[in-house]
Every structure is written in structure tokens, then in C-alpha cells.
Design a protein around this ligand. Structure first.
Ligand SMILES: Cc1cc2nc3c(=O)[nH]c(=O)nc-3n(C[C@H](O)[C@H](O)[C@H](O)COP(=O)(O)O)c2cc1C
Ligand SMILES: CCCCC(=O)C(=O)O
Length: 382
């Protein structure tokens, strides 16, 4: 299983080794913020366990010696089906924060989704980019401030708008409550031009500064009408991030949403929500071919990416492993994590007797026979 292969740490050869290295280097409460999930962290563990339940069905003697993992998506061809997931407050991981991630992703020819809660402005990040950028939007209580973020992203050349819909309020992350986690004073939510709220930076055991800030700022009454209005207000492709049911996929498709990201926010929101991989087939069915389908949560190996494809994903997003690379080695670490994962994906594709990402179908996977041991969540929240 994923964490069993952890060996040399100075020169990581897989993502688990990056996790080890990053954990040693990170400030403990920042590590907890990044690694943790909500409540009992069941959904966090479920995301990984879901991949373990599927096996691959390799086909032999294919006679093909090339692999092509490029993906046509929203009018452009991405070099690979990997995207960097939106992650807020990357200054916790590295002094250069999102600038290093954008540079690292660019060097790996990988598209990146920039969070509303980035520590560097979306304009600065656009200037540092050499691969496509998408903008992730948190809908704020103030609709004008929300719309101004969309306009800024459009002007700066972002190519898609990802509206995160699973955080009308923040999940209870008990690690953060225990640590009295707050954002260090030198880190700011730079896209919000106002002064940051003092709560965000106030550390007090039993509270999370980040959660208090979300309570003040985010639209807790976020609804379909807000999403539909935003869809009308922008010409960018619009994706909803955080869809987990057939019903919501049907509705998203019926209001003209261009893409769905099947996600439980990396197990950080509703604990008890299903693993994203487990609900991928029903979301694909609900969307009925009308939206592109992406998935995130628990992807740590190239074979995981392949399984997500076989069950219906057009592309996938990578969250925490990007932070492991960033903590361990800055921009180079981000590039290396993405290169490792892509190399694993290409290797797995070839060993499955396939040559094209776009041609993979459901016949590539089968449910694994139940094994006695079961999955236990690694303490690191890997
Ligand atoms: C530290 C951290 C910060 C995150 N910040 C955001 C964010 O600002 N916006 C968002 O839509 N999702 C955010 N997410 C969720 C990720 O985009 C993604 O859904 C999740 O991390 C994927 O799971 P994985 O970490 O197992 O790959 C964050 C996740 C982490 C771990
Ligand atoms: C204010 C949101 C912080 C980033 C986030 O989405 C998360 O921690 O999951």
C-alpha cells in the first residue's frame, strides 16, 4: 500500500517519500493544517481506501510503444490530465508561496488552479505562469467583491473559473482547534484588497483563526441562483468543485455548467461524505455527457490517475502532494512531484497495453477481491 514503500528520504522517488521529507521540515501546526481533515478524518481516509479497492486489468501484446497522455479540455490541449488543485495560504509551505508553485507547475507543463485565498495576488501569479491557470472562486458575502475577483481573473488571462461549492462554512478541523491555529501575521489573503481580519491571525486554543475568517467572509447562504448568475456574468468555462451526487450533477448540467470537479475537499469539509472515487460513476451518469468531469482526493500514484480515468474522469487534481514538494524543495519540488506522477502514469498506461489517455474505458478496472487486512489511515493524513 501507499505508505509501505517509504525508503530513502534525501532523494525522493515517490510521493510518499516527499510526504516524509516535508513532514520533517514543516512547522508542526502548519503541517497539521495541510495534512488534516475534519472531525474523525474518515472521509480523508476513505479517499485513499477507495483506490485500493480497484485493480487494473492489463491487456497483453498490444504492439504499441508510445503513450499519449494529453487531454483536450475547454478548447485547449493540456499536456497531461494532471492539474494542481487550488490550495489556500501556500505561504505556510514556502516563503515564495504560490509563486514557487506556479513556476514549478509551469516547468512541468501542468495547469494550475489558483485559490481565492492565495498569499500572492492572482495578477502576480499570472505574470509568473508558463502553463495555463484557472481561478478558484470562493463566493463571498459581498457579491460585488466576488464579481470583482472574477473580473480580475478574466483580465489577467485565467482560462476557467472553478467555483468551490462545498464550503458555505468551514469543516471542523480538530487538529487546528487543538493547535489554536491561525495564519502568521506576515501572510495575507492578498486577493482581498481590504485589511485582513484580526481573527485570521489570532491564535487561541480551541479556535481556528482560519475558520473564524471564513465565517466572516464567505457566503454561508450560497445557492444555485448565485452560481447561475455567475455563469451568466462570465464567458469563461465554469466548473463546480465539490459535487458528490447524481442529483447535483444533473442540476449542474441542466444550468449549463461546463465542468464538475468530484471532490470532498480532501476530507476537510463534511466528514462522512463518500470518497470522491466511489461517487465518480454516479456523477458521470448524472452529468450525462453534458459536462467535463474532473476528480480530486487521495491521488498519490500514477495508477490512481488511471483508475480515475477508467471510472469516468477526464482529468484529475492533485492537492497535498504539491504542498509536500513545495515544503521539501520549493518550485523544484513541485516540478518533481508532478514529473514523478506523470512518469508513473505513462508507465502504468504502457504496462496496461494502452497508448492513449483518451481511449481508456471502464474495462481497464475491476473491483479487487476483498482482502482481510483493510485500510488504516496513516497518521500523516497522507
Ligand atoms: C491546505 C489545503 C488548502 C486548501 N485550500 C483550498 C482552497 O483554497 N480552495 C479550494 O477549492 N480547495 C482547497 N483545498 C482542497 C483541494 O483543492 C483539494 O480538493 C484536495 O486537497 C484534494 O485532495 P488531496 O489533497 O488528497 O489531493 C485545500 C486543501 C488543502 C489540503
Ligand atoms: C479559507 C479557506 C482555506 C483553504 C481551504 O479551502 C481549506 O483549508 O480547505
Amino acid at each position: 500500500m501507499f505508505e509501505h514503500n517509504v525508503g530513502a528520504e534525501s532523494n525522493p522517488v515517490n510521493l510518499a517519500e516527499y510526504a516524509r521529507l516535508a513532514r520533517k521540515r514543516a512547522e508542526p501546526s502548519a503541517w497539521d493544517f495541510i495534512a488534516g481533515g475534519s472531525d474523525d478524518e474518515r472521509t480523508l481516509a476513505a479517499n485513499r481506501a477507495a483506490f485500493e479497492r480497484w485493480t487494473l486489468r492489463p491487456r497483453i501484446l498490444s504492439g504499441r510503444d508510445t503513450v499519449d497522455v494529453s487531454v483536450p479540455l475547454f478548447g485547449r490541449t493540456l499536456a497531461s490530465p494532471l492539474l494542481v488543485a487550488p490550495i489556500g495560504y501556500q505561504g505556510l509551505a514556502h516563503p515564495a508561496a504560490e509563486v514557487a508553485t506556479v513556476q514549478g507547475a509551469g516547468a512541468a507543463h501542468t495547469a494550475m488552479v489558483v485559490s481565492t485565498m492565495s498569499n500572492r495576488t492572482l495578477e502576480d501569479l499570472a505574470r509568473a505562469a508558463s502553463a495555463p491557470l484557472w481561478f478558484q472562486l470562493y463566493c463571498l458575502k459581498d457579491p460585488e467583491l466576488t464579481l470583482s475577483l472574477v473580473r480580475r481573473a478574466e483580465s489577467a488571462g485565467y482560462e476557467a473559473l472553478v467555483i468551490t461549492v462545498d464550503m458555505p462554512r468551514m469543516g471542523r478541523r480538530e487538529r487546528d482547534l487543538r493547535n489554536g491555529f491561525a495564519l502568521p501575521a506576515h501572510l495575507r489573503p492578498s486577493n482581498l484588497l481590504m485589511e485582513a481580519s484580526p481573527e485570521l491571525h489570532r491564535s487561541q486554543q480551541g479556535t481556528s483563526g482560519v475558520a473564524l475568517h471564513v465565517g466572516q467572509l464567505f457566503d454561508a447562504a450560497l445557492s444555485w441562483s448565485t452560481v447561475e448568475r455567475l455563469k451568466q456574468q462570465t464567458a469563461l468555462p465554469v466548473l463546480l468543485k465539490g459535487v458528490l451526487t447524481r442529483e447535483d450533477a444533473q442540476r449542474a448540467a441542466s444550468v449549463g455548467i461546463d465542468g464538475i470537479i468530484v471532490s470532498n475537499h480532501g476530507g476537510r469539509q463534511l466528514d462522512g461524505a463518500p470518497a470522491s472515487l466511489d461517487v465518480l460513476p454516479e456523477v458521470v451518469e448524472g452529468a450525462g455527457g453534458r459536462c467535463r468531469i474532473l476528480l480530486d482526493g487521495g491521488i498519490r500514484r500514477g495508477t490512481d490517475v488511471l483508475k480515475a480515468r477508467a471510472l469516468g474522469a477526464d482529468a484529475v487534481l492533485i492537492g497535498r502532494p504539491i504542498m509536500w514538494g513545495l515544503i521539501a524543495r520549493g518550485a523544484e519540488g513541485v516540478t518533481d512531484v508532478l514529473r514523478l506522477l506523470r512518469a508513473e502514469l505513462e508507465q502504468a498506461l504502457a504496462l496496461c497495453g494502452q497508448s492513449r489517455w483518451t481511449e481508456i474505458d471502464r474495462s481497464l478496472v475491476a473491483l479487487a477481491p476483498p482482502c482481510g487486512g483493510g485500510w488504516s489511515a496513516p497518521e500523516e493524513g497522507l
